[in-house]
Structures are given as structure tokens and as C-alpha cells.
Unconditional design. Structure first.
Length: 333
């Protein structure tokens, strides 16, 4: 049953992705294109966080570290190199390798700790990278940041929109396969009961590090796309707000669902854009962050398992109740 539901969800996702692929050619709106591009970028970031939180049970407060490394690495490469496609690909591969190495080292140093001890240490390490970016002005230009050039192909917003959409779809399909693989099943077992999983003979730390590396690389890819969309990088990419956004996107959409991370990213980015626009016309919305907080509270109250998780639970309960009602009616008849 779950396999069929999973295939159905993937089919719906691919249909929607195909529609979004055609959208720029049938409806021209620069603002909508930019908004959807941001949603795709943060969907990748939220899915990378969901792999840790939703499938491995790891709460990290330092996930912005990998996002920032991806953004800065891409920016520094493209600032010093000619904006050709060959240099761009070289920068992407180097950035992916760098985030993989850093996430492996961070995982090795931190994942021996449990629960909030791990979360606080990752927060400290992320803060360390933030301070490094602020102080190493000869390289990063500090809080002022720097601009850089990108290949001419990505200056066109439509081309970059398609790139982000393709990357998001690819990440979703890869993570869907990854979480349904034997390795993914072990990660879910660790989430449910780490001690029991270890007693079965699995090297829990090794699996956690594998999840950390995959998650870190995907967060770095999201950072790459984010920096290209702005063609500008500063220390804000290492801020705690970036990690909190990923956490809230995952919780609102539904922890451990992947598709929920995409829905959560879409809702938050759309709400942010909508409330910001309202603030320009209505005085009451100048403190839009308050309404943003109210939105979070309402979603958590009415969708305690996230939007996808709650809807799945309701559907599952109805399917379980249906045979019972049918049997009762048959017995009564």
C-alpha cells in the first residue's frame, strides 16, 4: 500500500513539475518567476534538512553552515574566474566536494553527542563560520559582501528558473530512492529507536555520518543556487535565520515526507512575499513578522503533524474505518 501511495505521490509531483516547466512560456510574470525560483531553492534546502530531522531524528541548529559554504564557495570561484560554463561546472564540483568534506568532519566530531548536546554544538560551529566570514575581510569582504559574475546563460531568469526546477525535481527523486533504500531504512530505524538499532549490530555512527554528508552536500547545492540567483553573497547566509527557515518549512510541510518540505518552502516563501507586498500598501502590515508568527501558530495548531503528515493520517484512518463499517453493515443486514 505504501509503495503504491509513494508511486502515486511521485507521479503527481512529476505532473506538477512538468506544468511548472511550461509555465514561463505560457504566462510571463517576472515577479512570479523570481518567487518560484526562490521556492525551488529553499525546497532543496528544506529537503536536505528533512533527511536529518525527518528520516534520522537529528535536530541540527547549524545547517546554515553548509548552505553558507555552498554560497561563498561558488561566489569566490566566480569572482576570481571568467564566467564561462567550464569554470562554472568546475566551481560547482569543487563546492560539492568541499561541503562533503566539511559535513563529514563535522559529523565525525558532533554525531557522537545526543539530542540537544549535538544541536548546540552544531550551532556553535555554524557561529564559528559566521565569525570567520565576518573577520576574514580580505577574502569575504565581511558584512558588506561582494558581487560576482555568472555565465551568460543564467543571467536569463527563465533559464535559471528551469535549472532550479530541474535540480529540485532531481533532488526529490534521488532522496525518495535514498530513503526507500536499505540505508534509508536503517536511518529510519535509528530515528525510531537508536539503542535497538545498535543492538542489532548496525554501526549507528557510520549511518548518521552518511546522512550528514548527503544532507550537507544538498544544503551546499541550495547555497550555490541561492548565490547565483542574487549574484551576491554576504554573511547573512550563515545566520541562524536560514536554519530556522529550513526547520519551520519541514515542520509545517510534514516531517519525514520530503514533499512536505517542498510544500512548506512554498507556503513560507509565498507568505513572506505576500505580507511584504501588503506592508507597502497597508500600515497594519508594516509589522508583517507578527502575522508571519501567527501563521506558524495556526498551522502547528491545526496541522500538528504538518500539512502532509496530518492529511496522510486522516486518509489512513478513513481507509481503516471503511472495512469496519462495511463489515458492520453486512452483519446488520
Amino acid at each position: 500500500m505504501r509503495f503504491i501511495q509513494g508511486n502515486r505521490m511521485t507521479a503527481v509531483f512529476l505532473v506538477i513539475a512538468a506544468f511548472l516547466l511550461l509555465l514561463p512560456f505560457v504566462y510571463e510574470s517576472r515577479n512570479l518567476l523570481i518567487l518560484l525560483t526562490q521556492i525551488f531553492v529553499f525546497s532543496v534546502f528544506a529537503m536536505s534538512y528533512d533527511l536529518l530531522l525527518g528520516f534520522t531524528g537529528i535536530v541540527s541548529f547549524g545547517h546554515a553552515m553548509f548552505f553558507g559554504i555552498g554560497a561563498y564557495s561558488m561566489g569566490l570561484f566566480m569572482k576570481r574566474l571568467e564566467p564561462t560554463m567550464l569554470n562554472f561546472l568546475w566551481a560547482v564540483l569543487t563546492t560539492i566536494a568541499l561541503t562533503a568534506v566539511v559535513s563529514f568532519i563535522v559529523g565525525l566530531l558532533t554525531l557522537r553527542l545526543k539530542s540537544h548536546f549535538y544541536a548546540m554544538l552544531t550551532l556553535s560551529l555554524s557561529g564559528l563560520f559566521l565569525v570567520l566570514a565576518e573577520k576574514w575581510r580580505s577574502l569575504t569582504f565581511g558584512n558588506d559582501g561582494f558581487t560576482f559574475r555568472v555565465p551568460e546563460m543564467f543571467i536569463d531568469r527563465t533559464n535559471f528558473y528551469i535549472l532550479c526546477l530541474v535540480v529540485m525535481a532531481a533532488v526529490y527523486l534521488i532522496l525518495k530512492r535514498f530513503t526507500n533504500s536499505p540505508l534509508g531504512r536503517v536511518l529510519q530505524a535509528i530515528r525510531e529507536n537508536e539503542q535497538r538499532t545498535e543492538s542489532l549490530g548496525y554501526q549507528v555512527l557510520h549511518y548518521k555520518i552518511a546522512a550528514s554528508v548527503v544532507s550537507g552536500v544538498l544544503a551546499g547545492i541550495a547555497g550555490i543556487l541561492y548565490s547565483i540567483s542574487l549574484r551576491f553573497v554576504n554573511t547573512s547566509v550563515f545566520s541562524m535565520d536560514i536554519t530556522l527557515d529550513a526547520l519551520l518549512m519541514t515542520i509545517i510541510g510534514g516531517v519525514g515526507t520530503l514533499i512536505g518540505a517542498i510544500i512548506g518552502a512554498g507556503l513560507i516563501e509565498f507568505a513572506h512575499d505576500w505580507l511584504t507586498e501588503l506592508a507597502k500598501t497597508h500600515v497594519i502590515f508594516e509589522r508583517w513578522i507578527i502575522f508571519f508568527g501567527i501563521l506558524y501558530i495556526l498551522v502547528v495548531m491545526f496541522f500538528p503533524k504538518g500539512i502532509v503528515g496530518t492529511l496522510s493520517s486522516i486518509t489512513w484512518k478513513r481507509k481503516r474505518e471503511h472495512p469496519v463499517k462495511k463489515a458492520t453493515q453486512k452483519a446488520a443486514g
